[in-house]
Design a protein around this ligand. Sequence first.
Ligand SMILES: [Fe+2]
Length: 416
Amino acid sequence: MKFLLSFIILLSTFWLSELQAQGVHLSWYSNDEKNNTSNSIAVTWMGNTSNESIYYGTDSSKLKNKAPLEIKYSNELGLYTFKSKIQKLKPDTYYFYRIGTSLAQNPVYHFKTAPKVGTAKKVVVGIWGDTQDNKGNFNFVQTDSILGQMAKYPLHFTLHMGDIVENGSVIKSWKKFFDVSQPINANFPFMPVTGNHDVINDSNNADFQKPFPVFYDLFNLPENQLNYSFDYGNTHFVAVNSGVAQKASLEGKVLFGVNSKEYNWLEADLAKARKNKNIKWVVVFCHYPVYAYGVSLVTGWQENLKLLLDKYKVDLCLSGHRHVYERHKAIRGADIFESMDINVYDNPKGTVYITNGSAGGSLQGIGGSKSSTILFTPSERIYTYAVMELDGNEIKYEVFDKDNRKIDYFKIVKSK
Ligand SMILES: [Fe+2]
C-alpha cells in the first residue's frame, strides 16, 4: 500500500511537471508610438498542451487581467509555443503574471515597464554573450553560474551578444538554454542579437545568415527580429545581425554592404534617434566585434558598420564572438582617443568598443593587451558578464567573473 501511494505521488508529480510552462521569457516586441517599452511587453514560452492561459496585474495576489495569446504547435520543437503581447500598460510600473492550465500553476513572475521615453532615470542592464553549449559548457553549466550571479543585481533587462547556442539546428540546445535562463529571462526582458552559431551557415542555402526556423517559434522581438531597435528612458538600443561574416566575405555575401537594405535601415534608424531630443545615448550591439584582438577584419563588415557608427556618433558598441572580455579606447574614423584616466571616458569624441563574449562558450586565447586600441583585457582566461548602469549623464559599466569578483569597471561621462 505504501509502495503504491509513493508510486502514485511520483507519477502525479511527473505528470504535473509535464504541464509546467517551459522556457518562459520576456521581451519587447515593438517600438512605435502605440506599443513600446513603456506600455507593452511580450511573454513567450513552450508547453506540452494547448490548454494554457496568462493572467497579469499590479497586485500579485489578484491577477485579474487575461492577456491575449497566440498558440501554435511547433513541429520543430514538438511542443506548443505561446506568444502573448500585453498592451496598454502603465509606464514605470511593476506588474506580475502567472501562466497556467487549470491543473498546473506556474510561479508568479514579474516585469517592470520602462519610464516614458526621454526620462533620465537609472537603468540597470545585464550584458552577456556567447553562451554556446560547447566543450566546457555542456548543458550551459558555466552560463548557469554566471546567471546565478547576475540575478543579484536590480536588472531592468538584459542584452545578449549572440551565439546563444553552439548549433542553432540542435533543438535540445535551445530548450536547455531557455530552461537554464528562465529565472532571469522570465523576469527581465531578454534582448539578443543573432551570432554566427544561431543562423544558417550553409552558404548554398537560400536562407544563409538567417536564423533556423525554430528561432521564429522561440522569439518575439521587434521588427524582423534580427535588426531592430528600441528606446528605454533616454537611450536608444540597436541590435544588428552580423550573420556569418567571415564565410560571407569569401562568398561575397557580407551583410551591411553600403546601400544594402539592412545598411539603409540602420542609417535611417540612427538618423532618427539622433534627431530625437529625448535620446541622449545610442548603444549598438552586434555579435561580430568591430574592434577586437585576433579577429581578422572581414572585408566590408566592420568597415561598413563603422561608417554609420562614426557618422551618427554612437556612444557604445557592444559585441561578442571572441570568448574574452576586451575594452578599447574611444575611436572615431582613424582617430584613437587617449584617456587621462583609463577607467573614465570623459566626454569622449569617439565610440567605446567592448567585447563581452565569455558567458559560457569555451574560453579563447588572451593577448589583446598587445593591440594598440585596447585599454583593458584580463591576463587570464575567465568567464565574465557585465552590469551596465545608465544614469542620466553617465554610463557605469562593471565586469564580473562567475565568482562575482570585479574584473574591470569604467564610466562614460557625457556632460557637454
Ligand atoms: Fe561567434
